[in-house]
Ligand binder design. Structure first.
Ligand code: 0L1
Ligand code: MG
Length: 261
């Protein structure tokens, strides 16, 4: 790490207030250019501590930048991990108030819920045995940085742009479907804007859970039983504005939709 606890706390506080006030800030590496990934996750952990201390519940974990489409869009080459908060949950088929965000984007994801603890280091076999069911999810991303100008370190500190999520459709057992060949169609205002299959996420979405478990193991942590995990966008993220209707159709898993108002 390159910074001490006081700077970690200061940056977490600035990021949280940017989120709460919908007031984007300059990316943190402009002020601290030497920040490394350990600093970034320490700031994210402090952000999580601040939120849970004021009663926010962590609703799940997420992997991000797990597909070539996303890595290319963000010009990076490695996945990142973050968490989802209870207040980020939105109802399937419902209205999402755009004013609750700075500049929201959506992306289609495959999510899992675990039935037993996953402890890294592990491999895909361990993860597949620990998954209870698969469900469709759409992530609402929102960067707390001005004009989405960020690098990998800044985005990890900003909880990987996590802002909201919508789940819906039908859940299926992991052994009932092949999530690699599962087709996904994202429509905006009735027009298809993105198409993908589950394999877009690291060849198999469970691989992003392997990477998450292995990253947590380095910090002495596990993925507990009953954890909701979003495995990363299968498509590039799509910008939304007031009035836009998003509908994502998943093979075997039904659909998830929302309107931004
Ligand atoms: O969920 C993710 O793929 C994290 C993305 C972080 C960068 C962005 O805001 O798109
Ligand atoms: Mg995502």
């Amino acid at each position: 790490m390159t910074i001490d606890g006081a700077i970690v706390a200061l940056l977490a506080e600035q990021l949280e207030s940017a989120e709460l006030n919908r007031a984007p800030m300059t990316k943190i590496t402009d002020t601290y250019p030497d920040l490394d990934m350990d600093d970034a996750y320490a700031i994210q952990d402090e952000l999580r501590r601040r939120k849970t201390a004021r009663g926010v519940r962590v609703a799940g974990l997420k992997a991000g930048l797990t597909s070539q489409a996303k890595m290319k869009q963000m010009n990076v080459s490695e996945p990142v991990f973050g968490f989802m908060c209870d207040y980020g949950s939105r109802a399937d088929g419902g209205e999402v108030e755009i004013d609750g965000f700075i500049a929201p984007r959506v992306e289609a994801e495959i999510a899992f819920v675990t039935k037993s603890e996953i402890k890294g280091p592990c491999h895909i076999g361990t993860v597949l045995q620990a998954i209870d069911f698969v469900l469709p999810a759409v992530e609402i991303l929102d960067s707390r940085y001005e004009n989405f100008k960020f690098d990998l370190v800044s985005v990890v500190a900003d909880n990987t742009s996590a802002a909201g999520f919508v789940t819906g459709g039908n859940s299926r057992r992991i052994d009932e479907i092949d999530v690699r060949t599962l087709g996904i169609v994202l429509e905006k205002n009735g027009e298809i804007v993105e198409l993908a299959a589950g394999a877009a996420v690291l060849g198999h979405p469970a691989e992003s859970v392997v990477m998450l478990a292995n990253m947590l193991a380095r910090k002495g942590q596990v993925i507990p039983a009953g954890t909701f995990i979003m495995t990363g966008g299968v498509t590039a993220a799509v910008g939304v504005k007031r009035g836009d209707h998003i509908s994502v159709r998943y093979q075997h898993l039904g659909s998830v939709s929302m309107r931004f108002v």
